[in-house]
Design a protein around this ligand. Structure first.
Ligand code: SF4
Length: 200
């Protein structure tokens, strides 16, 4: 969850008028709108800089909202009191991913799995795309992985393409106590664990 915006001009264009957007932004605690749109920060492409897919041109989908407040967070624009940049349906997100054309996707935030079943539906839709080889999900260790692992296990394309990158928060984050240790037992061979270490 440390990616920078390198290609702002690729950002998804909001499809609704300003008045509707203002109404939505007043609903600070709503994770979804009535139209089942996801609150978004950005969709862009850049070279992955972390993990086993480092070096690959990747489409980043950054969802809004996070359940943690790490002291060194560098994406504070992805949760309250900031506001979503725009809202998008799953179909709109998939359309943008197809347009960009990259075989690698990073689903990030914020905390993307905070969106529960909508996150699962998005993953199912992305996994169906023939162009997609890999969907890695940056998750913060404080969301129960079990439902998402079960969803992966229930779909052959999800099994082939979806990987969890568990960003386990150490003491320096200020959020160590919120880590769900049982998540670690759910990770499989294709998944990864990330630790941010403060060496100052
Ligand atoms: S998990 Fe921590 S680092 Fe990641 S977006 Fe949330 S507050 Fe920031």
């Amino acid at each position: 969850m440390t990616k920078r915006v390198l290609d702002n001009h690729l950002q998804f264009q909001q499809s609704h008028d300003h008045r509707a957007e203002a109404d939505r932004q007043n609903k600070d605690d709503d994770l979804m709108t009535e139209e089942h749109e996801l609150p978004m920060v950005e969709i862009f492409e850049t070279v992955e800089g972390e993990g086993t897919r480092a070096g690959y041109l990747t489409t980043f989908i950054r969802l809004f909202h996070c359940n943690l407040r790490c002291v060194w967070c560098d994406t504070q624009y992805s949760y309250a009191p900031q506001k979503p940049v725009f809202y998008a349906t799953i179909d709109q997100i998939v359309k943008k991913v197809k347009y960009l054309g990259n075989p690698y996707i990073c689903l990030t935030g914020g905390e993307p799995l905070i969106h529960g079943n909508q996150a699962v539906q998005l993953l199912l839709a992305l996994a169906k795309l023939e162009q997609i080889k890999d969907i890695h999900i940056e998750t913060n260790g404080a969301i129960a992985l079990q439902p998402f692992v079960a969803a992966r296990n229930s779909d052959i394309l999800m099994q082939q393409k979806v990987r969890f990158i568990m960003d386990f928060k150490l003491k320096g984050s200020g959020e160590r106590e919120k880590m769900l240790l049982e998540n670690l037992e759910l990770l499989e061979h294709q998944d990864e664990i990330k630790f941010v270490v403060d060496v100052s």
